[in-house]
Ligand binder design. Structure first.
Ligand code: NAP
Length: 602
């Protein structure tokens, strides 16, 4: 294998490169420069996708002026050919000519795909390598396999960085990529990432496995590769700049999980409490795939969601008594030895908001529904001494749950005849744009309505309850409380409830606005100044008054015995090898020469 031996300068030493490179596209020079200009102050590492330009050669002089205005930033020139997954329709020779010119106008880095490197003559490649910091890249748009073969093919050519981009078809592909990075980052400057929704692990954790940097989209809707995450999310939600060998990994696992608000909420909690941890959305198509990642990454804790809440029980080493009775687990802790322990924090999600408002012992509570959430409610409320009634669309299911939980089955026809302290909606009726309510107005003979549906906040049931001056317990409180208990089980710290509620509320408001307006993507320049996220995270960092609910959150759900195990230190991940490498390699004189040339030209 050849060693990277370029003479390129200190400005592209790996320790100088930011961890996130933003890919910027545009159909003409003015658009591309305008987009890059709006981003460069906060993102000093930008890839300009010259292949998106209708005439790259013509555009380069205008781009040159922009580069000269930003000597503090690092730019990659990429002109990927259409046959290799890019947009450039020209020949390999034309691609090379664009990259040569890009080098001459001041780009410190250029990306040349392996297929083009293989097609050009050795002296032409050497000529490009002498002019610019060279990234040789290889993309697989279908799978993550034969990475060593691809590395061997790239390594025949001199380069400053070798970049391998594959496609994750399952979660374990991320492990394959990260092991590959660990194996090669000791001898080469590597960049590696898995594309696709399931590649999120490699996008966040690849940097600690040895990827010098990773790629991000300028904003949602401007992805240049499947699964690319907006840079603002990588920084503000996943805190990629802080990810290191000690960062604990958590996630929400299910199928689907793309729209889960748990990453927003749990990462905000970790940030607020200064816990060195990151929480990812893990789209697991099978439980087996998920479990392999849990052990190999390793993942310290999981929020389980549909369809794995029941199936995971069979895998667990142990779980608490209530979780066993309910027959569903939404929280997993991985012990120091790799054993998995399960809990059901949906119980706290239902009982805690109610306990803050009334005494549960002796309270008459009707649950509408007999699925997972209803089960958590029925067992949890019975354990608190409430008198629980259950009604459901399918009566047999309600009868079975009533029997198991020692609750009472109520025929739907009898609901209107009864008086309750609380009615809980544990069905999805009212979600999204639905105009339906699970109960009619005449059936709402109660002091409180607790609608577990939280998107939208004002469901038809909630509106009906308000109109009857019935007090409403928002479903958001369940979401926050079940997450708060997870946080406490995982970290042993009280959860920052106000922060969690705040970020989820803001995310829901954002989603609602996006749905209502259905506007095309906001121009990047405007987005940078007015991005609601920025305002949110600024406000979130400020100390919010603690919500009244936080008191109850700190109260006693019995602490699990296993939480001790969860606090113990994990065996160091194999990834630490990469971290132990002796400092960054200097990619020396070439860039120094380039910098001098650029300065002279100015
Ligand atoms: P689940 O296991 O699928 O159970 C759904 C229940 O709703 C079943 O009893 C089902 O009745 C009933 N149902 C479904 N569609 C209905 C309809 N059109 N009319 C009347 N009843 C209907 O779901 P789950 O996990 O219990 O969740 C239920 C809802 O609770 C979710 O949709 C979500 O909105 C909410 N939830 C909220 C949180 C939170 O954090 N706020 C957490 C968990 C759940 P059958 O038995 O007749 O099928």
């Amino acid at each position: 294998m050849r060693e990277s031996s370029s003479a390129y300068a200190s400005r592209i030493r790996r320790f100088r490169l930011p961890r996130v490179c933003i890919a910027v596209v545009g159909g003409d020079a003015a658009t591309m420069v305008e987009r890059a200009e709006s981003l460069v102050r906060d993102n000093p590492f930008i890839e300009l996708r010259l292949d998106y330009l209708s005439q790259p050669q013509v555009a380069l002089p205008k781009i040159k002026a922009f580069l000269e205005l930003h000597p503090e930033a690092t730019f990659i020139a990429t002109c990927r050919r259409a046959v290799n997954g890019g947009k450039f329709k020209g020949s390999v020779a034309a691609e090379l000519a664009v990259l040569r010119k890009a080098a001459d106008i001041g780009f410190p880095l250029a990306d040349l795909e392996l297929q083009s490197a293989e097609a050009v003559k050795a002296d032409e490649l050497k000529d490009l390598y002498d002019r610019v910091g060279l990234i040789i890249s290889c993309h697989d748009f279908r799978a993550t396999k034969k990475l060593d073969d691809q590395m061997a093919a790239m390594n025949k050519y001199p380069a400053d960085f070798y970049k391998l981009v594959s496609t994750a078809t399952n979660l374990h592909d991320n492990v394959v990529m990260m092991k590959f990075l660990q194996a090669h980052s000791g001898s080469h400057e590597m960049v590696g990432v898995c594309m696709g929704e399931q590649g999120i692990i490699s996008r966040v954790l690849g940097v600690r496995a040895g990827s010098v940097f990773t790629f991000a989209a300028a904003m949602r809707g401007e992805e240049t590769a499947p699964g690319q995450v907006p840079a603002s999310e990588l920084r503000d939600i996943y805190r990629i700049e802080m990810v290191d060998q000690a960062t604990q990994v958590y996630g929400v696992a299910g199928d689907p999980v793309a729209h889960s608000l748990s990453p927003v909420m749990m990462n905000a909690a970790f940030r607020r409490e200064a816990v060195n941890a990151v929480y990812l959305a893990l789209h697991a198509k099978t439980l087996k795939d998920l479990l392999a990642c849990v052990q190999e990454i390793p993942i310290r804790g999981l929020s389980m969601t549909m369809p794995y809440k029941q199936e995971i029980l069979e895998i667990l080493e142990n779980s608490d008594a209530l979780t066993k009775q309910i027959g569903a687990c939404n929280t997993v802790v991985r012990g120091a030895g790799g054993q998995l322990y399960g809990f059901n924090t949906d119980v706290a999600g239902i009982t805690v908001p109610l306990e803050q408002r009334l005494h549960l012992a002796g309270a008459r509570i009707l649950i509408v529904g007999a699925g997972g959430a209803a089960r958590a409610g029925a067992f949890g409320l019975k354990a608190k001494g409430a008198e629980v009634f259950i009604t459901n669309r399918t009566p047999e299911k309600a009868q079975a749950l009533a029997r198991q939980a020692k609750a009472k089955y109520l025929k739907r026809a009898d609901v209107a005849k009864q008086q309750f302290d609380v009615i809980i909606n544990a069905t999805p009726v009212g979600m999204g744009a639905s105009k339906q309510s699970p109960l009619e107005e005449k059936e709402l003979n109660t002091k409180y309505v607790f609608d577990l549906v939280y998107n939208p906040a004002e469901t038809p049931l909630v509106k009906m309850a308000r109109a009857k001056e019935i007090q409403v317990v928002p479903g958001l409180e369940m979401f926050v409380q079940q997450g708060a208990r997870q946080f406490e089980i995982w970290t042993g710290k009280p959860a920052p409830l106000a922060e969690m509620a705040y970020v989820v509320t803001k995310a829901l408001e954002r989603q609602a606005t996006e749905k209502v307006t259905e506007e095309p993507p906001v121009p990047v320049r405007t987005a940078k100044r007015s991005e609601p996220r920025a305002a949110v995270s600024k406000a979130a960092r400020k100390s919010e008054p603690r919500a009244a609910v936080s008191r109850a959150a700190k109260k006693s759900e019995p602490r699990a015995a296993v939480s001790k195990a969860a606090k113990k230190s994990e065996p160091r991940a194999a990834v630490s090898r990469a971290a132990k490498k002796s400092g960054p390699k200097t990619v020396a004189r070439k860039a120094a020469k380039k910098q001098a040339q650029t300065t002279r030209k100015k």
